[in-house]
Design a protein around this ligand. Structure first.
Ligand code: ADP
Ligand code: MG
Length: 319
C-alpha cells in the first residue's frame, strides 16, 4: 500500500453557469490516495464530495488545480476514462435490458473482446450475488441489487480505481452490510476504491484512510484510529453509583488511568466519568467491590468520527 494512484493538487471547482450565482463547491483541495486502499471522503450533504469525484472522473470540468490518476492528468479525458470506473449516486442502469445485458453492453462499449466479456460477466454476477437473477430486467431490482449490479458493471473493464459515490444511501441495513462485504472482498483482491459517504460508521468500518470534507475543503485526513485520537477527552467510561466516597475516587485514580476522573452529582446518584477504554473495566470493578459501592450502571462511551466532526465544525454530520 505504498504507491500513490491518485494525486490531487489544489483542485478547485466554481460553478458559475448562472451569472448571478457563483458556487465555490471545491476550494483548492490537495491529497493523495495509495494503491490498494479503500479511501473515503466523508462529509455532510453539499460538502463537495460528488463534485470532487466528478472532476477526478472527467464528468465535471476543473476550474483550477490539477489531479493525476495513475500518473495521467485528469485533463486527458480519454486516457483517464480507461483507468477509472464510477458508480454514481443515482441508478443509471438501462431498465430496458437484463442484468447481464447491462454488463455485457458496457464492456462492449469499452472494447472488451466477446469471450472475455461473457466470462467476466459470469464471474462478476456470481461475486455480487446476482447469478440467479442475471436474465431478469433490472427494473424489477431492489435498491441493493441495483447497487451491486452497478458495481459489477463498473468492474467489467477492469479499472485501476473504482469510485463509489454514496453507494449505500437509501439502502436498508442488511443491504448496506452486504455491500460493505462486497467492497471489502473487492479490495482484498487488490482493487483500489475511492468512496464518498455521509455515514460516519461506514467510513469508520470500511476505510483505511479518510478525508473529512466540509464546505469544499478537506479539514483532516488520516486513518480512522488516528482521526478519533484527535478528539479531546477520548474514550470514556461512565459509572452510575449510589454514592462515591473520596476513598473510592482515590482508588480509581490509582488504576492505570491517564486522564481525569470527573464527578457529577445528581439527586439520587453520582456519575463518575473516567478517561480510558474497556481495558480498564475489570480494574474498576475490583475497586468498586473492594469499596462495597452500589453500582447501577456502566457505560462505555467510544469516540466516533461524529464526535470529531462536531469538534472540528461545531455541527453534526447529519443535520
Ligand atoms: N451543477 C451544479 N451547478 C451549480 N451548483 C452545483 C452543481 N452541482 C453541485 N453544486 C453545488 O456545489 C456544492 C457541492 O455539491 P456536491 O459536490 O454535490 O456535494 P456533496 O456530494 O458533498 O453533497 C453544493 O453547494 C451544491 O449545491
Ligand atoms: Mg453527493
Amino acid at each position: 500500500m505504498e504507491k500513490s494512484v491518485i494525486e490531487i493538487n489544489r483542485l478547485t471547482k466554481i460553478y458559475s453557469s448562472d451569472s448571478r450565482r457563483r458556487v465555490e463547491a471545491v476550494k483548492g483541495i490537495s491529497f493523495s490516495v495509495k494503491q490498494g486502499e479503500i479511501f473515503g471522503l466523508l462529509g455532510p450533504n453539499g460538502a463537495g464530495k460528488t463534485t470532487t469525484i466528478g472532476m477526478l472522473t472527467t464528468r465535471v470540468r476543473v476550474t483550477s488545480g490539477d489531479g493525476h490518476i495513475a500518473g495521467v492528468s485528469i485533463k486527458d479525458e480519454v486516457a483517464v476514462k480507461k483507468l477509472i470506473a464510477v458508480v454514481p449516486q443515482q441508478n443509471n442502469l438501462d431498465r430496458s435490458l437484463t442484468a447481464r445485458e447491462n454488463l455485457v453492453f458496457h464492456a462492449k462499449y469499452f472494447g472488451v473482446p466477446k469471450r472475455e466479456r461473457e466470462q467476466k460477466a459470469d464471474e462478476l454476477l456470481e461475486m455480487m450475488g446476482l447469478g440467479q437473477r442475471q436474465n431478469d430486467y433490472v427494473r424489477a431490482f431492489s435498491g441493493g441489487m441495483a447497487q451491486r449490479l452497478m458495481i459489477a458493471r463498473a468492474l467489467m473493464h477492469a479499472p485501476e480505481i473504482l469510485f463509489l459515490d454514496e453507494a449505500t444511501t437509501g439502502l436498508d441495513p442488511q443491504s448496506r452490510r452486504l455491500l460493505w462485504d462486497k467492497v471489502r472482498e473487492l479490495n482484498a483482491g487488490g482493487q483500489t476504491i475511492f468512496l464518498t459517504t455521509h455515514y460516519m460508521d461506514e467510513a469508520d468500518e470500511l476505510c483505511h484512510c479518510i478525508a473529512i470534507m466540509d464546505h469544499g475543503k478537506v479539514l483532516v485526513m488520516d486513518t480512522p484510529t488516528n482521526l478519533k485520537k484527535m478528539v479531546p477527552g477520548g474514550n470514556r467510561i461512565e459509572l452510575e453509583l449510589g454514592e462515591a466516597s473520596d476513598g473510592l475516587v482515590e482508588a480509581l485514580k490509582e488504576l492505570d488511568i491517564s486522564g481525569e476522573v470527573s464527578r457529577h452529582d445528581e439527586a439520587d446518584k453520582v456519575i463518575l466519568s473516567i478517561q480510558g477504554d474497556q481495558s480498564l473495566i475489570a480494574g474498576i470493578m475490583r475497586v468498586i467491590q473492594a469499596e462495597s459501592a452500589d453500582i447501577f450502571g456502566v457505560r462505555l462511551h467510544q469516540v466516533t468520527l461524529e464526535d470529531l466532526f462536531i469538534h472540528l465544525t461545531g455541527r453534526r454530520l447529519r443535520e
